[in-house]
Design a protein around this ligand. Sequence first.
Ligand code: FHN
Length: 586
Amino acid sequence: MFTRNPIPATFALTLAFWLTPAHAAGGLAPSADPTAEALARFDQIKFGMFIHWGLYAIPAGEWKGKYYRGIGEWIMFRAKIPVHEYEQLASQFNPVKFNADEWAQLAQDAGMRYMVITSKHHDGFAMFASKASRYNIVDATPYGKDPMKELAAACARRNIAFGFYYSQDQDWHEPHARGNNWDFPQERKPEIYLRGKVFPQVRELLTNYGPLSLIWFDTPGLLSEQQVTELRQLVKSLQPSCLINSRIGHNKGDYFQTSDNAIPIQVYSKMKWEVPATLNDTWGYKKNDNNWKDPADLIGKLADIVSKGGNYLLNVGPTAEGIIPEPSQRILRIIGKWLAVNGESIYGTSPSPFHFPDITWRCTVKPGRLYIHILNWPGRKLELNGLESEVKRAYFLANRKVVNFRRKGGALVLDLPARPVDPYDTVVVLEIADAAPRVAEAYRHDRLPGRLDLYAWTARLRGEEIRYDRATLSATNFVKAETERNELWWYPYGSLNGEYEVELTYACEDKAAGSPFRIAVQRSGEPKLQEVRGQITGTGGRFLTRKLDGVIRVTPADAYIIFSLPEDDRSASVRLRKITLIRRSS
Ligand code: FHN
């Protein structure tokens, strides 16, 4: 497998981690199914650091004095910056404060066990030494060094699995790639771009940086099935155990990516998956984006994702000088402290055997054990329905203190203190008599209840003004915007099928009354299929639940359910806690 690539000594640790057990024990014996083994290891590690770093960190959201809404690394596209102007950024890019060990150490402190960094984003600039294009950090910047070499080595020293992001289809620098119509309106010949840049660069990435745990392609777009197949073959011929994400296109990936910041509403068990997510509202550094997520939110989301079967790839956007913004560092270290105590309930676990009726708790599993993650404190008792296995012992993971419990009908009732043991996620360990938990059919993860709450907390919040308020479990500030509307999107990923009546639980001032809202069901890339429209009625600031007129129909193929207040700013202060779907019997 690696005979074509001499492996530097610094990669020995990553090798030990990333190679198959057969490799590790007895040298480099080829494995029967390197992809399956790599996937099994990927499933264990759960939490990774995504890094979006490139020339876009210089404008940082602003071009020629004008602020651009949306994600920072898209500024070339949004401002339609001509290639010859954007290229000038390279001559200013000098990240003298970059320190690979500090970045890798931060990942380790955060409890992140893998790292994926942008080797080339849509702007086409290679952040690594490339012979295939001189538009790269070594040849085109005053910095003149390859930071990826150092980062790969720093991760290897810490046993952090390492991978590259590579934008294979969009490349705004190249006339024959997709995306830049302002410089290159003529017809494209993708083969020229693919053969001239993508294939040689992907070869460089898989040859010069030791064993990669994965390569992360993005926005597959227009590449043909044949082209994607060839790209996959190239990767696997160089490193058979390098995983490929689903955004390579044409279902040729080894594992599945959700949409950005999109968490399936329930357990998803069809294949291994990962959620790429932001710490604020951008991937690449943007100087004015201070909408940092609360550590409680992020720790809850880590537990939520892992309990549903996924990995969490959480992003940082370093500055042009090479510094990971201080708020990102602070937040990540808080997560790391929580994991240092509670990591047993995350790494190496299996998903929940239960479906989730609300957002009070989540569940992860190891043989003979359930980990109940209490995310929203329920008061002095928690009722867990459907567990048939005998519980032998229950205790808090953080301090090993015993938790008393009793049976009440089909429910297990846990006695809790008035306040959480951990401010973010209190984990209760249930030791059970069975290796794998037995759960009554009505509560299993693949059987959803007749009434299903879709909380704002489980939605992707779109738009940069919308905010989540943890105290009231609601989303608010639905400011009207031309682009990137402020909306809530939920992702069923096949878990819903049928007709549903809808309830809305919300609060607002009376002056918001009359504002129109809509709940729509959509498929990816298709116009809206279905919607229920209504008008906000005043609630005098109190939360209330209102049944809507009409039903929505959701099929397993539908990609998302959207709540929006599209018309005006009068409704911006509406607080939406949840929508409830009530299944109609067929
Ligand atoms: O367009 C990109 C975006 O800039 C960012 O890289 C994200 C990360 O998942 N991927 C694309 C959009 O899905």
